[in-house]
Ligand binder design. Structure first.
Ligand code: ATP
Ligand code: MG
Length: 396
């Protein structure tokens, strides 16, 4: 039997629970990740100690008790947090997401049976080794995502599990077992009842996943149900591997007749943060923008923002409507001393005002100067710009 080298703080937590007469195992993602040869990034412990007993045992440590009514005590040890949860048995589920009640139990099998997939239902401690009641290790070795118990019932109880199934497929490259996949499709409509924030967390992981592309292709029905969008078209597979989350995301909207409206609706659904919204709306309202010359790229950088212009080009590369040359030109411009935004101009608002220009005209004059510099009409020198303005003051 293989053994898991546990970090010292996890060992200490388990030892303290054992000394008080309780069993404690690591469980869930950390066991799965270890079996996959990855270093787990956090550890969850499951135990038959009740929440009150846990509080007593860890009273000498810093703890967070926010999850205590669901049985979770977070203990800070060596400045890392460990989540310790009393064995639970979930009551009847309401609204396809939340159990009506949470019951604590002293039965480990009940706790493992409430978990979503066999690969996430394995626990381990140094004394008892692995407890794997659902063949999770075998499924991991065969790279299969399989629901614990009847998949239809499990997805009916909690629709978020549907999204977790496809998310794990995209991050781990596992296949979703046939019956589990069929149930996920059948129950996908319930996804609309899951909060946008929870969907967004899974969506971010899914779309950033190493194996996202085939999952987006195979499970578009499930994913569109989660995001509340009608459909999407996939970009080029060859460029997808190197693309970041934002460009992957925005490129899905390029073929809609109104990409901006469709994206705005998805943002609403996901309760997306302002940065995502701003980037997406800027990129999607500039899909057809001219970026064919160095000057056009500079204009885009100035008007949309550097990051937005970069994302726009990346999306267009993904969609096969631009080539890598546009992106290298953008990077060249950034690294060069060539001016492309107002702050790069050799003169500023004060200089413009010194020429007698006032009010909104100041901004317009600066914009005109920038355009003249970017298009190569005038050199970006103090004298030249002032000269240009004097001769051009009444140009428009
Ligand atoms: P990650 O690596 O992304 O953290 P994870 O499997 O650890 O994946 P968590 O949300 O940290 O995901 O959950 C920890 C464990 O709790 C899971 O491994 C699983 O056993 C259980 N779990 C989490 N969410 C659900 C759910 N919706 N239904 C049933 N069990 C769940
Ligand atoms: Mg986890």
């Amino acid at each position: 039997m293989r053994s898991i080298p546990l970090p010292q703080n996890v060992k200490t937590a388990i030892r303290l629970l054992n000394s008080a007469g309780f069993r404690a195992d690591i469980v869930g993602g950390c066991v799965r990740d270890f079996l996959l040869g990855k270093i787990p990034y956090d550890y969850d412990i499951t135990t038959n100690a009740s929440p009150e007993e846990m509080q007593r045992i860890f009273c000498g440590f810093r703890t967070v008790e926010a999850g205590l009514k669901h049985g979770t005590l977070t203990v800070i040890m060596d400045s890392e947090s460990i989540e310790i949860t009393t064995y639970r048995r979930d009551g009847e589920y309401k609204d396809h997401r939340h159990p009506e009640s949470v019951e604590f139990t002293t039965e480990l099998p009940s706790d493992l049976s409430r978990r979503d997939f066999t690969m996430n239902a394995i626990c381990y401690n140094e004394h008892d080794g692995f407890t794997d009641l659902y063949g999770g290790r075998e499924d991991i070795s065969r790279r299969i995502i399989r629901a614990v118990g009847d998949p239809c019932k499990r997805f009916e109880e909690d629709a978020l599990r549907v999204m977790r199934a496809v998310r794990f497929a995209a991050t781990l490259g596992f296949a979703v077992e046939d019956k589990t996949a069929e149930a996920a499709r059948i129950k996908r409509a319930h996804l609309r009842l899951v909060s946008g924030e929870r969907i967004y967390v899974e969506w971010r992981k899914l779309l950033s996943g190493e194996f996202a592309y085939p999952v987006l292709a195979e499970y578009s029905d499930v994913i569109t149900a989660a995001l509340g969008m009608s459909d999407y078209t996939l970009p080029n597979e060859s460029d997808f591997a190197d693309a970041d989350f934002y460009s992957r995301f925005f490129s899905l909207f390029f073929d809609f007749s109104d990409p901006v409206a469709e994206f705005a609706a998805v943002c609403e659904r996901l309760k997306a943060d302002n940065r995502l919204k701003k980037y997406g709306l800027t990129v999607l309202s500039s899909i057809d923008r001219d970026l064919s010359t160095s000057a056009a790229i500079k204009r885009a950088m100035s008007e949309l923002g550097e990051e937005e212009a970069e994302l726009l080009i990346k999306c267009r590369i993904l969609k096969g409507v631009a080539n890598a040359a546009e992106l290298s030109e953008l990077y060249r411009i950034v690294a060069s001393a060539e001016p492309y935004k107002l702050s790069h101009l050799a003169i500023g608002g004060k200089d413009v005002m010194a020429l007698g220009i006032r009010g909104t005209e100041v901004g317009r004059a600066l914009a005109r100067l920038l355009e003249a510099v970017v298009s190569g009409t005038v050199r970006n020198g103090r004298e030249e710009l002032i000269e240009y303005l004097k001769s051009d003051t009444h140009a428009d």
